[in-house]
Structures are given as C-alpha cells and as structure tokens.
Design a protein around this ligand. Structure first.
Ligand code: MN
Length: 290
C-alpha cells in the first residue's frame, strides 16, 4: 500500500448483502471498478465495519468484493456479529448456508477489532477491557470460538460487548419501542459516554419511543461503561441501524451504520489523517436517494 495513503481511509457501514448500494457508494467516493476490485485515483483505502451478509439480496457478491479488496491490500475489515455467529455455527457443527461456506476460511482471518496507526475500527463498541481480554485471541482458533459459546463465558461476554454493543434492561412498564415499532426489553447505550445521571432518552444510541426524559439508567446498571476519552484515536463502528436524522459523529466516535436495509442508503465516513471528526465528512448513497 502507498505510504502516503496510510491515513486516508473511507469507512463503510454494515452492507448486509446490499451490493447495489455498495457499488453506488464506492462510485460516489471516487472509486472505479477494475475487474473484481475497485481503485481510487488517490490510492485511498477502504475500511469495513463487518456485517457484510444477511438481509439484502446479494451477500455472496458483497463477500466476494470485500474479500478480494482485503486480499489485495485495498481494504481493511473487521467481523460483525452476523459473521461471528456464522463462524460459531460452523465450529459447533450447525448447518451453515452453503453459499457462505467457501468464505469461512477467509472470514476466520479477519480480526474482531482493528487498531491502525491513526484510527480504530470495531463493529459495535470499543470497550477497552473487553478488547484487552481478546487481544491475543484468534477467530481461526476453534477452541477460542467454542469457549465464546459457553454460558457466562467471560470471553463470550467480551465478544458480545464489542460486536453487539452494551445494553441495559429497561423497565417493562415504559413500553419502549424501537424504530420498527418492536417493544424492547433492552436499550443500546452510548457506550463512549459517562451516562451517570442521564435520562433514557439521552442514553440510548438507537432511539426508542416514547422518549423518556424523567428517568434514566441507575448507576449500578452502568458499571461496565468505559467512556471513550477525547484524547483517544477516532473510532469507527457500525451496527446500530441509525435513522438518517440521528447524529453519527460524537466526540471521537463515528457510527457509519445508517441501516441500509430499511433506508436503502449506505453511509461512509471519509477520513483524512490529522482531520478533526465532523459530520460533513459523511457520505451517503443509495438506490432510491442519491
Ligand atoms: Mn451488527
């Protein structure tokens, strides 16, 4: 990879099998297709936050493209909860969709989180102590994957936190529903903030209705939070299916997942080295909008 391009990266949200939207987004970011790969005139590279598969119509095409970009050194990528589940199923001998099988050896080379010179990438939450626990673990190791499936496994919990986010139970009488109208017993927290004394409305990343401003999480529900300091590197993540109007940049964190399955729009963040994070660097493209 070109030395100068090291700090310039375009981080793309959860693709979930939506190849058409991915192609549109890459075009908008200035990449042009060359065979089974894409190139940028300034030798920028791509970053993927995981969850390449399921939901959309073209998971195999997405896997093929990301795999070849990754193997050619044009993209970096981490695993999402969907790929990790697939790997767990395969290790435990459960049936795995046949079309995904050829990609398993490659998927098992991908990391659970990525620490680059300038930035960090993880699927759902950069939780320092969980990442510390997982530092020496490899998804290619059957014994590690098997360990994560055991009940109350500390390694399993560490993987859950970084790949599925940090959740707390919400009082059922509040009847909180997510953006799809489904009542939820748990809410997904803004894991990078100190949420002590904050309301539920302020604490949840994926918005819930009705907005509760009078109550919030109790302090004893929050001991696992490890706020992400302003002095840390920028961290990019996906996973949260954010509606278009919800802010995606907060402090040193950027959520690039705008929910391609519901909005047919895929998001990315154009990061240049030494840049201060700003929402104006978000790019979106889709098959309806654009
Ligand atoms: Mn996810």
């Amino acid at each position: 990879m070109n030395e100068k391009s090291q700090g310039k990266i375009d981080v793309v949200g959860d693709v979930h099998g939506h190849y058409q939207e991915l192609a549109k987004l890459l075009e908008k970011l200035g990449y042009s297709k060359e065979g089974n790969t894409v190139k940028h005139p300034d030798n920028r590279r791509l970053g993927f936050v995981g969850d390449f598969i399921n939901r959309g119509p073209d998971s195999v095409k997405v896997l093929s493209l990301v795999k070849s970009l990754h193997q050619d050194g044009l993209a970096v990528a981490v695993l999402g909860n969907h790929e990790f589940r697939l790997i767990q199923d395969s290790v435990s001998g459960k049936e795995v969709p046949t079309e995904y099988e050829p990609f398993l050896p490659w998927l098992r080379t991908l990391p659970l989180f990525l620490e680059l010179e300038d930035v960090r990438i993880v699927h759902a939450a950069w939780h320092f102590s969980s990442i510390e626990q997982l530092k020496k673990k490899k998804v290619s190791d059957d014994a590690f994957v098997a360990e994560t499936m055991k009940k109350k496994s500390p390694l399993g919990n560490a993987v859950k936190r970084i790949l599925s986010g940090i959740k707390i139970k919400v009082p059922p009488d509040l009847r909180l529903v997510d953006r799809f109208g489904i009542q939820r017993s748990k809410g997904r927290l803004k894991w990078w903030m100190d949420l002590r004394g904050k309301s539920f409305a302020e604490s949840f990343l994926s918005p819930m209705e009705p907005k509760v401003h009078e109550h919030g999480p109790r302090d004893e529900q929050l001991p696992m939070l490890e706020p992400y300091d302003k002095s840390e590197k920028p961290v990019f993540f996906g996973h949260y299916c954010l509606p278009p109007d919800i802010p995606k940049v907060s402090g040193q964190t950027v959520c690039v997942d705008g929910c391609v399955t519901c909005d047919k729009t895929l998001w990315a963040y154009r990061y240049d080295d030494t840049q201060i994070l700003d929402a104006s660097n978000l790019v979106q493209a889709g098959i309806k909008s654009d």
